[in-house]
Ligand binder design. Structure first.
Ligand code: SF4
Length: 367
């Protein structure tokens, strides 16, 4: 399976160029003072450069809901370079212990439910931070202050887990520069911590990074038929599954991220087929270390309005007022989630099916 992926060029540099072909770079004034900034400019010598006062404020890119027709072009051809100013490792509750300071935000893909787009406007092409040394030093000091992890939790039994991909997809960020590689190498040398990120893209370059078991990749999965509607510009679900064994062999811990779980009429049958495909494809080594997280869909009224302008077919799957209730998010936004009684039953059905079909896959958490 892996060699057939290779033959089709899945996860290759050519595959990534189809996703990302940088022609225009917006940059903060001081990025050239950093080695990473110089490397990125050297990589894209023909790209037009436009200096901007801040990566946060580029009116022609951000918050521009009217440019819906341009989003894919912008995501494909525009890169933003900035310097990360305030560094914090935010405590997290489920998938990791901490969210590491971002090395990037934004994404070249365009999933219809993506919350990354809710923070920085809807085109949100990749912003890369060039002061990676400062970011890695911060993480190193932060982990040292934590000491040993003495209480196992759902994030990990032994290590403090830092999510390095909360605001972007690291597999695609890797096509721009070595920030993700630097982070993966950093965690090899931090005895009490590991890195973690969820991804919807197969990037085979990551197989050469030698993570030595200190980076966890969470491949995001859902039934292929619905992914074809809502996961826009991502790798096909079958290709993500087919890559898992190679990533385990290359020294990654690989978990599954069933997120978002979207309810639709024959959802359980399609999840059963997905679980069976995993059971058929995964190697004994991959199965032996397998864990998963399960997160049912949360959606957002503002994103719904925007999506209706460009992807009503996806919205028909995501926006189901008869099944959903309002929920005020931590940041004060008005989100919707599946109604309490319904969701509890569906979580139980999902977990029951998973435990029956993939009994070796520990559920880290489900909600
Ligand atoms: S891959 Fe992740 S970050 Fe990118 S658009 Fe999809 S959900 Fe958002």
């Amino acid at each position: 399976m892996a060699s057939s992926l290779k033959n089709r060029g899945i996860g290759s540099d050519r595959d990534l160029v189809r996703l990302l072909n940088i022609k225009l770079i917006y940059h903060e004034p001081d990025v050239l003072e950093f080695k990473r900034g110089q490397e990125i400019f050297a990589k894209y010598p023909d790209a037009q450069r436009i200096e901007v006062p801040s990566h946060w404020n580029i009116p022609e890119l951000h918050g521009n809901e009217g440019s819906v027709d341009d989003w894919n072009r912008i995501k494909h051809t525009v890169l933003v370079l900035g310097v990360k100013k305030s560094l914090t490792a935010r405590p997290n509750t489920r998938s990791s212990d901490f969210v590491a300071p971002s090395h990037a935000n934004g994404c070249a893909m365009a999933c219809a439910y993506c919350y990354v787009a809710r923070r920085k406007g809807y085109a949100n092409p990749i912003t890369t931070f060039v002061n990676i040394e400062k970011i890695t030093r911060y993480i190193q000091r932060h982990a040292a202050k934590q000491g040993l992890k003495t209480e196992p939790n759902q994030a990990d039994p032994d290590c403090w887990v830092y999510d390095i991909g909360e605001n972007s997809d690291c597999s695609v960020d890797t096509a721009i520069c070595d920030n993700v590689k630097d982070l993966i190498h950093l965690f090899r040398d931090i005895p009490n911590a590991k890195a973690s990120f969820a991804t919807k893209r197969v990037n085979r370059n990551l197989l050469d990074y030698d993570p030595q078991g200190k980076t966890r990749i969470r491949f995001s999965l859902m039934p292929a038929a619905i992914a074809q509607v809502v996961d826009v510009r991502t790798s096909a679900v079958g290709d993500r599954i087919a890559a898992i064994n190679d990533f385990v062999e290359a020294g990654y811990e690989v978990h599954l991220n069933f997120s978002p779980v979207i309810f639709y009429e024959n959802w359980l049958e399609e999840y059963e087929a997905l679980f069976k495909e995993l059971d058929d494809v995964l190697s004994p080594a991959a199965k032996a270390q397998l864990k998963c997280e399960i997160i049912f869909l949360t959606h957002n009224e503002q994103l719904h309005d925007v999506n209706m302008n460009w992807h009503p077919q996806a919205e028909a799957m995501l926006w189901r007022p008869e099944l959903q209730e309002a929920k005020i998010s931590e940041t004060g936004g008005r989100n919707v989630r599946y109604r309490r009684g319904l969701k509890g039953t569906w979580v139980e059905q999902f977990c029951g099916l998973l435990q029956q079909t993939l009994p070796y896959c520990t559920i880290r958490y489900a909600f």
